[in-house]
Design a protein around this ligand. Sequence first.
Ligand SMILES: *Cc1c(COP(=O)(O)O)cnc(C)c1O
Length: 380
Amino acid sequence: MTTTQATIPFGRPMIGDAERAAVMEVLEGTTLTHGPRVKAFEAAFAAFTGAPDAIATSTCWAALHLAYLALEVGPGDEVIVPAQTHVATAHAVEAVGATPVFCDCDPLTGNMDLATLESLITPRTRAIGLVHYLGLPMDMARVLELARAHALYVVEDCAVALGATVDGTHVGLHGDAGCFSFYPVKHITTGEGGMLITRRPEIAERVRKQRAFGIDKSVLADRRHSGAYDVEAFGLNYRLGETAAAMGVVQLERLPGFLEQRAERFEQLWDGLSEIDELDLIDSRGDDRLRAGHYCLSAVLREGDREALIEALKARGVGSSVYYPRSLPDTTYYGRPGLCPEATRISTRSIALPVGPHVAPPDADRIVGAVKEALADVGA
Ligand SMILES: *Cc1c(COP(=O)(O)O)cnc(C)c1O
């Protein structure tokens, strides 16, 4: 079957005239880095999330790496991370010489299963590197209870959870640090980009320093001639540039509208698909306590060929994705296939449908119709 209708992609960056104008303004000036836009983006992000400190970074990966560096997690330490996540969540742990320990997920929500998490804690565990899966926050009251009982740090990977709150507090502010991504398919984009938020001033100070070569800014500020500065700590270059930050400021202004549309599209897809016997929807709905920042609607196919379903949807002009296509223990690199069976099930059997602001209400109806037809096609 072919379609004459335009394809609805899984994700599409929402770049408009305001973003273009903001970037042009930077290009017409002379300050491309170390400028006012990064500061404005950080201030706006802090205001949106309620964070006392927000530090812009080049990617979410960079923010995660900086978080573990600042917490001095290192060789000999274990960090518990979900099996069903982006590889960055685990690689950031390895980047500081620590060992990621994989936790399987709750089959209903895809978030880490708390009982499993508790069972994985050993005397070597230093931190929990959690992910708010598909925008549904973990129950942070319970995570923090565990963390306190075992003196563990908590790093929140909020790459797909912008806008989510737990008991009224934005994700990323419950643990020691929260890391966000502005990669093109995420809630807002700066092309590449990231942000770290924290309630702990000493973490913020370290992250700021290590984001930029470990150079002491105060020395930098009153240096009399260029080239005179002190290096106080090992650092990296994980800065965000001014053009990206200028985009970020505009995107953040549009975020409340994006979130509203995401919630509406999510509900529309949920209502349309929840009665289908062949599908188990991953429950990312959230509630009053655990408010979701809807990222997509992911459905697990009970039986039948997942790849054929993806192709049948594509033929009907519906783009989809998989979050995430391989559980981390199942990857060649980590090489422990089958370690986390629920994560394996979701990664091999699920399909993620778009709820982004590029999906209009009639598009969501089209997606529901296409899924039903595609399921009939593949005989699932
Ligand atoms: C996208 C994503 C990342 C990586 O973000 P980058 O900005 O590309 O580094 C990390 N963690 C999760 C859970 C993600 O979905």
